[in-house]
Design a protein around this ligand. Structure first.
Ligand code: 5GP
Ligand code: MG
Length: 183
């Protein structure tokens, strides 16, 4: 199947407005982030990459394969958005990582930081668990996160549009697109 046919089949007739970051742009940036992260840590840091599901799963899978250090992977599930496009501001922890964070350098991987609410609610809870450091890596960062602090590692500054693809969904659709598009 050609890549054009695959792309059409993945959309299944649904329309996207435009491609915001192509597959090639995303892959190049993920390689760069992998190199930046590899530089920032050492073996002694005992890196634990903690993916926030579901949105980060594609990004995390590509990212960890570009990190030149031993590391562990775990996930946590927080829910805040439901089916809508606007945050309800309510963040629930549906799954808690089994790994102990004690003494490890924790890298929390997010798909997108928008209002910053998810991180503001989540980080204090994780900070209480004795990690040696807790740093955020997000694929996308939206300008709406005005008063929040910018995550240490940012893939792309994103336009203030609703984005899908490369793990990001709308009502569970579009997660498997290899590029990032706006709806
Ligand atoms: P925040 O709490 O920072 O406002 O939002 C973080 C979460 O909102 C992200 O992890 C993501 O699940 C969701 N979100 C924010 N903006 C977008 C977007 O443009 N597209 C999608 N699919 N999800 C978004
Ligand atoms: Mg998310």
């Amino acid at each position: 199947m050609t890549s054009t046919r695959l792309a059409e089949a993945q959309l299944g007739g649904r329309a996207i407005r435009r491609v915001v970051f192509t597959e090639e742009e995303v892959q190049r940036r993920v390689w760069e982030l992998g190199a930046e992260i590899s530089e920032a840590y050492t073996i002694e840091d005992r890196l634990l990459v903690l993916g926030l599901l579901k949105g980060s799963f594609v990004f995390l899978a590509d990212l960890v394969r570009r990190i030149a250090l031993p590391l562990h992977v775990d996930f946590l599930v927080a829910s805040s958005y439901g089916k809508g496009k606007v945050s309800s501001g309510d963040v629930r922890l549906l799954y808690d990582p089994e790994s102990s964070l004690e003494g490890r350098a924790v890298l929390l991987v997010e798909d997108i930081v928008d209002s910053g609410t998810t991180l503001r609610k989540l980080l204090p809870r994780l900070e209480a668990r004795g990690s040696s450091s807790l740093v955020v890596c997000t694929l996308l960062h939206k300008p709406t996160d005005g008063d929040g602090h910018r995550p240490r590692f940012v893939g792309f500054d994103a336009p203030n549009e609703f984005l899908v693809g490369y793990g990001l969904d709308h009502a569970e659709d579009f997660r498997h697109l290899p590029y990032i598009a706006s709806l």
